[in-house]
Write a protein that binds this ligand. Structure first.
Ligand code: GDU
Length: 340
């Protein structure tokens, strides 16, 4: 019998890519998503890629009674991969309570379910945002958290603390937090990808929409940073590589190979690219032009961050396989062929 995995946020960007990898690895998948930032058609796309349609519940994780009835109905959920969360940095500054409620309550409700229904493992979506602007680069997992730059970032820090404390108090529970750097790119089939609601906040969807003529111009935020070309540097990681890291982390806990019942890993490539380098790579790989202008810095942005991935490489046996060219090619293929 296949292990049954609950994927919250399973119709979202990273969630959908991970569902595909899970199904391909023989897991049974149950998705919970409130569709606040994704579309139901993603289920058709997952089915098209894998031949399997996952069980789907449209519900909000903050409602513990409905969540409980879902756990009762499903029985024997072995593990949870918890993606569902609000993730727009700017919106979190304007509406912090929404972010604290959604992101903290959903995690706490799931942990209650894990206790009540003997589900032992959780993979949690964390972010490199927990580090703020680190003093030393690349940043490794021993780097202490700095004060969060936004309520969104603060929820990721607090969620990790909730996991740490809960794992300490309940030794039957275990969790792995994956600290994502900047996830981009799309599945090679172009059937699933990143589908931002409204105007994109993130760089790569803005690049692809500008190249497609949906947006007139990309604004590059800041050209006076202390970096070789003056634009900010990030560690972009392909969504499929990131999805695979989740399956590996999950298996580590199911097979009880984890070294403690709360672990955390950086998930990036280890390579930093500037915004300008990223735009140039996109143009070069796809043979299209991106209309851009250099403008002022965006508030709350850090200058540069990229990962030391030694721990994930050695402990998880995971390494990013796809480079920036493939990220830019698949993002464009998704924009032009697949976006629902
Ligand atoms: N950028 C632009 N123009 C745009 C959008 C972005 O120049 O239109 C720049 C940003 O200023 C930044 C880089 O591109 O230098 C990457 O920006 P993104 O918004 O794509 O990503 P961030 O590094 O800001 O965001 C990442 C994660 C978020 C959250 C955030 C926390 O994608 O989910 O964790 O870190 O800061």
């Amino acid at each position: 019998r296949a292990e049954k995995i609950l994927v919250t946020g399973g119709t979202g960007f990273i969630g959908s890519h991970t569902v595909v990898e899970l199904i391909n690895d023989g897991y049974e998948v149950v998705i919970i998503d409130d569709l606040s930032n994704s579309k139901i058609e993603v289920l058709d796309r997952i089915e098209k890629i894998t031949g399997v349609r996952p069980t789907f519940y449209q519900l909000n994780l903050c409602d513990i009674d409905i969540l409980k009835s879902c756990f009762k109905k499903e029985e024997n959920i072995s593990a949870i991969i918890h993606f569902a969360a609000s993730k727009a940095v700017g919106e979190s500054v304007e509406n912090p309570l929404l972010y604290y409620r959604n992101n903290l309550l959903s995690l706490m409700n799931l942990l209650e379910m894990m206790k009540a229904f003997e589900t032992s493992s959780m993979v949690f979506s964390s972010s490199c945002t927990v580090y703020g602007q680190p003093d030393q680069l690349p940043v490794d997992e021993s780097t202490p958290f700095q004060e969060a730059e936004s309520p969104y970032g603060n929820t990721k820090q607090i969620c990790e603390e909730i996991l740490r404390d809960t794992a300490k108090a309940h030794e039957q529970l275990c969790a792995i937090a994956l600290r994502y750097f900047n996830p981009v790119g799309a599945h090679e089939s172009a059937l699933i990808g990143e589908l931002p609601n409204g105007t994109p906040n993130n760089l790569v969807p803005f690049i692809t929409q500008t190249a497609a003529g949906i947006r007139p111009k990309l604004s590059i935020f800041g050209s006076d940073y202390n970096t070789p070309d003056g634009t900010a540097i990030r560690d972009y990681i392909h969504a499929v590589d990131l999805a695979k890291a989740h399956v590996i982390a999950l298996r580590r806990m199911i097979e009880q190979k984890n070294k403690s019942n709360f672990e955390f890993f950086n998930i990036g490539t280890g390579n930093g690219f500037s915004v300008l380098e990223t735009v140039k790579k996109f143009e070069e790989v796809n043979g299209v032009k991106v209309n851009y202008e250099l403008v002022d810095r965006r508030e709350g942005d850090i200058e540069q961050i990229f990962a030391d991935t030694t721990l994930a490489n050695e402990e998880l046996g995971w390494k990013a396989e796809k480079g920036l060219a493939e990220m830019m090619a698949t993002a464009w293929k998704w924009q032009t062929e697949g976006a629902v």
